[in-house]
Ligand binder design. Structure first.
Ligand code: SF4
Length: 88
């Protein structure tokens, strides 16, 4: 649910600098509602934030970080590196 913007802040959104939110923004806590239109309180162009993937300030989606748990034996790695240099 979008919060209503404070009365003194409504002109900030209605001057045309701020574009309305897109479908993907629905549910974000940074949305504000001004005169029955919804805007992002953080970004002027919400569509641009979603162009390359998830919006990094979205509060309604979880960002997943994949961490690889590949274990490297340092002895084997040094042997591999040493033999790789001798092959020529
Ligand atoms: S912070 Fe991102 S997801 Fe939330 S309203 Fe703004 S542009 Fe949309």
């Amino acid at each position: 649910m979008a919060k209503a913007a404070p009365k003194d802040m409504t002109s900030k959104y209605t001057t045309g600098k701020f574009q309305q939110i897109i479908d993907k923004c629905e549910g974000c806590e940074r949305m504000v509602e001004v005169e029955s239109a919804k805007y992002c309180s953080t970004y002027t162009m919400p569509e641009a934030k979603w162009r390359l993937g998830l919006c990094n300030f979205a509060t309604h989606v979880k960002h997943e970080i994949s961490v690889s748990t590949l274990k490297i034996n340092p002895l084997k790695a040094s042997k591999r590196a040493a033999t790789a240099g001798k092959k020529k």
